[in-house]
Structures are given as structure tokens and as C-alpha cells.
Design a protein around this ligand. Structure first.
Ligand SMILES: O=C(O)CCC(=O)C(=O)O
Ligand SMILES: [Fe+2]
Length: 207
């Protein structure tokens, strides 16, 4: 049997067990995140979709993009989104994450939080098109931000994880079934952050 030397990425990995799920957190998955952050911020065709919440229209409080394998679409936040082609640096990340974790993905949602006013509310990544129990891999670049989690049905958070620049958070099955997560606003924070969540749309289940 071959014994391969573990890279620092895995030595520092933290497993966070959750009742009905679990996380793997790799704080320094990317050694030099700043150039990648700048590159994506400048080159991704960011959009700000309009959300319909109880009949009122709101601009999404962050910028988004959706990339993936050709022809793939994914329904989230009330709209169907068609995948843009993979930017080469995001495709390379997908391949590296698949190799390192054993999970493969066919699309990614990118979120650009321009400053601390931008946010994402509580939700689960549990769309039918992701199949019953998806693994979601979340890569963070730029300003560190708090990521909150709470069991479905509870009002208050029960976990807070500070997502550092260059970190990778794996939300393991069946986390999406039992937990919600959010990225709250942090008033006064001037720096931006980009998060990429890699997902696998199960084509036969696409709605
Ligand atoms: O920005 C984050 O860390 C979370 C993003 C997220 O939950 C999502 O895209 O579904
Ligand atoms: Fe999410």
C-alpha cells in the first residue's frame, strides 16, 4: 500500500460534526487567494437579480453568477438560471476539489458580497434538482465573513464559523436536509468577498 504524504491542506482540516450532517473545513485550501479574488471580481459577468418576496420586488443583496457544464440549468431563488461556460480558474478548482474530496460537481454558483452590507438569508441548498442528499463545496475568497447555521425549524443560530479567505467548507450529506445556513450583513465592513459553491445537478431530476 502506498502512503502518500498529506499536504498541509489536510493536516489542518477540521471536522465539525452536526446532528444530522457534518462539515469539513479546510482553512487554507488555497495558499494565495488574493490574485484569484481580484481576477474573478474583475472578469466574472456579475448580475444582480430581482427577487420577488411576497409580491414585492427587491434587488438581491449581492451579485451572482452561475457557471457549469454546457446546457445545464438550475432553478434557485425563484428563477431558472442557465449556466455560463466555466471560467478556466473555476474549472481548475472544481477538478482539484473533486480529486481531493472524492465529490464531483457539474456547476457552481458564485456570490460577490461587495461589502458588509451584502448578505444571504437562511436557506438550505436542497433543491430537488440536486438530488436527495447533495454535498456542497463552498470556497471563500477575500474578506473573512461569519457563516451561520441552525437546524431547520429553530429560530436562532446554533453554529458560527468564520470563513477565511482561501478556505474550503464541505457541507456533507445529509446536512442540507436538516440544517439552514446564512451569511449575515456586517455593517461597516468595506472589503468584498467572493464565495463559490460547487454543486451537482442530477440531470434526470432537473425541474
Ligand atoms: O457565501 C456563502 O458563504 C454562502 C453561499 C451560499 O450559501 C449559497 O450560495 O447557497
Ligand atoms: Fe447555500
Amino acid at each position: 500500500m502506498s502512503t502518500s504524504k498529506l499536504s498541509p491542506v489536510f493536516i489542518e482540516a477540521e471536522h465539525i460534526p452536526l446532528a444530522g450532517g457534518g462539515l469539513h473545513y479546510y482553512p487554507q485550501y488555497i495558499a494565495e487567494p488574493d490574485p484569484l479574488y481580484e481576477q474573478l471580481r474583475e472578469n466574472i459577468p456579475w448580475q444582480q437579480p430581482i427577487l420577488d418576496i411576497y409580491g414585492r420586488r427587491h434587488l438581491t443583496p449581492r451579485l451572482v453568477a452561475f457557471v457549469g457544464d454546457s446546457g445545464l440549468s438550475y432553478r434557485y431563488s425563484g428563477h431558472r438560471h442557465y449556466a455560463d461556460v466555466w471560467p478556466p480558474e473555476v474549472l481548475a478548482l472544481r477538478e482539484r476539489i473533486a480529486e481531493d474530496t472524492g465529490y464531483d460537481f457539474n456547476c457552481a454558483l458564485l456570490n460577490y458580497y461587495r461589502n458588509g452590507d451584502d448578505s444571504m438569508g437562511y436557506h438550505s441548498d436542497d433543491e430537488a434538482s440536486l438530488g436527495g442528499d447533495p454535498c456542497v463545496a463552498s470556497l471563500s475568497l477575500g474578506c473573512g465573513r461569519d457563516f451561520l447555521m441552525k437546524p431547520k425549524g429553530l429560530k436562532t443560530r446554533s453554529r458560527k464559523i468564520h470563513l477565511a479567505s482561501g478556505s474550503l467548507l464541505l457541507m456533507l450529506p445529509p446536512t442540507q436536509r436538516h440544517w439552514q445556513h446564512a451569511l449575515p450583513a456586517r455593517k461597516g465592513l468595506a472589503q468584498g468577498r467572493i464565495n463559490i459553491t460547487f454543486r451537482k445537478v442530477v440531470l434526470s431530476l432537473a425541474d
